[in-house]
Design a protein around this ligand. Structure first.
Ligand SMILES: C[S@@+](CC[C@H](N)C(=O)[O-])C[C@H]1O[C@@H](n2cnc3c(N)ncnc32)[C@H](O)[C@@H]1O
Length: 410
């Protein structure tokens, strides 16, 4: 539970005061929270998250444990409401959460970043429970809010809850990556699922001068809320507002190919080149470190193989399934064994990216920014004139490959 209030205070007012005390609930959103309490939008079967942890508690069914349900709903934690796109319906937990009521701190930080004014028209991607859409509809009027949800059952449940609470934003079932042009253009676009590429439609359907607020993160991990101002030329640019951890927009989920596909039937180390490093794999685990590494090392994801005694192997694999690396961590060591295989030297890339971040004073999320245009995503440090470079090792590799390529097929 949010340590701010005790069990006897669990309820809408306790949640509101906890959020005010944290500085995330501002006076302009307070009336909306008072009018639209979270419990009206949380379904009867939930898997509450644990504060500060990316894991869910056991399932709570409202009619079986009404007090536990009530208390969980009024904690400042995310609450999983669906697993595996609805394919898992059991009493335990599925493989991956696919819908939730976001952490209230996150909901109000993002609404604050959205900077809405009376009369603004807002597009929300990811209706989920409908709570955020209801908060927006209370503030701006249902006629000014469009919310898009890809999952038909989730969308229908949300629509019923919205109607019961007295709100009728346009509730659309569809792929939010396409936005909803029919009701655009919008003053504000907010996504409550994360992306690694900001869909073109969001830029096209947001008015010049308008804002896009969306959780953004590289394949590697690490994520932060991007707050992008749309320019007349259709590009969008701005700083990250702070860290986040949302579920991915469906079409942008990373397919994590199994290790055996990389090893091709040959037992590890499968002839991979051996080296050692002074960089501890343990130094790479912070969310912001992963973000800083990930923006420089595209299309690579980490995976930990734990051994139960505190030691582990950090695996790095590319999404193209051409390259892998391992780095073995053991407490107390000053040198760590590395294996690398394939055209990309993934450990070298990750280590060079880490050194770049370290060399720039380990900047936090809010020193980074993002510009999106038709050429893609460009992450920068402090200002758009200081782009974060593609990892040095990768750039050298690419230059070597290009030098070897005959001009006719370049
Ligand atoms: C964290 S939940 C949203 C929370 C929600 N705003 C609320 O107030 O409860 C993320 C939602 O995004 C939805 N989603 C994922 N991919 C989507 C897509 N391509 N288009 C629209 N919704 C999507 C998921 O089904 C899920 O319901």
């Amino acid at each position: 539970m949010s340590a701010v209030y005790g069990k006897e205070e669990a309820g809408p007012e306790g949640l509101a005061s906890a959020l005010v005390e944290k500085g995330v609930l501002t006076s302009d959103w307070l009336p909306s929270l008072a009018a639209v309490p979270r419990h009206l939008f949380v379904p009867d079967t939930i898997w509450p998250g644990r504060a500060g942890m990316n894991r869910q508690s056991d399932r709570i069914v409202r009619r079986e444990e009404p007090e536990a349900w009530w208390e969980a709903v009024h904690r400042d934690v995310p609450i999983t409401t669906q697993w595996d796109d609805g394919a898992y319906d059991g009493p335990g937990k599925g493989r991956a959460p696919s819908s939730s009521s976001s952490m209230p701190t996150m909901v109000f930080s993002m609404l604050d970043a959205l900077d809405v004014e009376d009369g603004h028209k807002v597009l929300e991607i990811g209706t989920g429970t409908g709570w955020n859409a209801a908060l927006l509809a209370h503030r701006l009027g249902g006629g000014n809010v469009v919310t898009v949800e890809v999952d038909p059952a989730t969308a229908e449940d949300a629509r019923q809850r919205l109607r019961a609470a007295g709100y009728e934003p346009s509730s659309i079932v569809g792929d939010g990556a396409e936005g909803y042009a029919a009701a655009g253009p919008y003053d504000r676009t907010i996504a409550t699922c994360s992306v690694g590429r900001v869909p073109r439609a969001w830029r096209a359907q947001t008015k010049p001068g308008g804002l896009i607020v969306a959780p953004w993160g590289p394949v590697y991990g690490g994520e932060a809320v991007a707050r992008l101002r749309v320019a007349r030329d259709g590009s969008a640019s701005g700083r990250f507002a702070g860290s986040s951890a949302f579920m991915r927009l469906r079409a942008q989920r990373t397919a994590r190919t199994h290790v055996r596909e990389y090893l091709k039937g040959v037992p590890w180390p499968a002839g991979a080149a051996r080296s050692t490093t002074a960089l501890s794999p343990d130094d790479l685990g912070e969310w912001v470190t992963m973000f800083a590494v990930g923006v420089q090392v595209p299309d690579v994801f980490p995976w930990m193989e734990m051994y139960g005694d505190g030691s582990y192997t950090l695996w790095l694999r590319d999404t193209a399934v051409t390259s892998w690396a391992t780095a073995d961590y053991e407490e107390g060591r000053e040198e760590f064994e590395v294996r690398q295989s394939g055209p990309r030297k993934l450990w070298d890339e990750v280590e060079a990216a880490y050194r770049w971040w370290e060399g720039h004073g380990r900047p936090g999320f809010t020193r980074f920014g993002l510009t999106v245009d038709d050429a893609g995503e460009h992450v920068w440090l402090d200002s758009p004139e200081r782009p974060v470079p593609l990892c040095a090792v990768r750039a050298q590799g690419a230059a070597r490959a290009q030098a070897k390529t005959p001009p006719s097929v370049r």
